[in-house]
Design a protein. Structure first.
Length: 313
């Protein structure tokens, strides 16, 4: 069974595609497309960039075509359509996330429940897929040096950034840091990882207002210790502006608290509220007592749905 993953290189899309491919048990070949600006702007409605035609040397979608194609992202949609057509319908096409267009050409479309998309070829779960499962449950293996040396129990903090209306101003940074000062009294250490989207000014203000001078805040050099913090923390405080980050935190064995920045998109607010109703996540204010809850990971569930539909073709 041959599997391709197809994205324009965005890390969130790559992580989801790779996670589902790994759960299917096959070796996936990663395909990254880079259409010229005009064709990128026309996606998902328009054609592929002619330079990427399957007959062209070096095309990401050149023959031989795969048994399964897992694609994610607006720019990947036209390419997925071409693969389906070129294969004579033989390639099983999976789209991750709402393609924003009718997707009858796809065999399966996965969307998060908060997108509220329905259809015979649509499958939805509350959390998103990822490939972190083995890393989050395996106590073996090397940890980032700074995280390894922190005394335990550790409070992990995962920051996001302005997207979908979420506001990351300096006042919010100061307020969050002071709330974490209070919450950290239950722990021996604090480890913080900003994301690519976290504004530098937010991080600077947050750092200045954090009373624990020994707190570890990743400064951007070297590998991001994100996964190490997820699997080492007793408790996590996670920004709710990222569906992927909240989903990955929910797959850990840590108690998870959601920090809702002002302006959080309604669909993400609904998503986090559902995790709270399920008992997996709690709302963060200025307390973050340790608690236990069963991990939630939709990756295997999505892979099982793909396998079921493949067998019924």
């Amino acid at each position: 069974m041959t599997i391709w993953t197809l994205t324009d290189g965005k890390i969130g899309d790559r992580v989801q595609c790779a996670g589902v491919a790994a759960a299917l048990g096959g070796e996936a070949l990663e395909k990254v497309i880079a259409p010229s600006p005009i064709f990128a702007a026309l996606a998902p409605y328009g054609p592929i960039d002619p330079k990427d035609a399957p007959t062209k040397s070096g095309s990401a979608i050149a023959h031989p075509l795969p048994d399964i194609l897992i694609a994610s992202g607006r720019r990947a949609i036209p390419y997925a359509r071409v693969v389906k057509r070129e294969s004579g319908g033989k390639t099983f096409v999976v789209l991750l996330k709402d393609p924003r267009i009718p997707a009858h050409f796809a065999d399966l479309v996965w969307t998060p429940e908060h997108d509220r998309r329905n259809g015979a070829n649509v499958f939805s779960t509350l959390t998103s897929p990822h490939g972190l499962g083995p890393a989050l449950t395996n106590d073996e293996g090397a940890l980032n040096g700074a995280v390894r040396e922190l005394p335990k129990p550790m409070l992990g903090v995962v920051l996001g950034g302005p997207s979908g209306g979420a506001r990351y101003g300096e006042a919010a940074a100061a307020a969050l840091a002071m709330a974490i000062n209070e919450a950290s009294k239950n722990y021996q250490s604090v480890a913080v990882t900003p994301s690519r989207r976290t504004p530098p000014g937010f991080v600077d203000t947050f750092r200045r207002n954090l009373s624990d001078n020994d707190a570890y805040i990743w400064g951007g050099a070297g590998d991001n210790p994100y996964t190490d913090i997820l699997r080492s923390a007793e408790t996590l405080i996670v920004a709710a502006d990222s569906h992927n980050m909240m989903s990955e935190a929910a797959a850990t064995r840590a108690g998870v608290y959601a920090w809702r920045p002002a302006g959080l998109a309604k669909k993400l607010d609904w998503f986090v509220s559902e995790l709270e109703r399920a008992g997996r996540v709690r709302r963060f204010s200025a307390k973050a007592s340790p608690f236990s809850a069963a991990p939630i990971d939709a990756t295997a569930e999505i892979a099982a749905e793909i396998t079921k539909r493949l067998r019924s073709r």
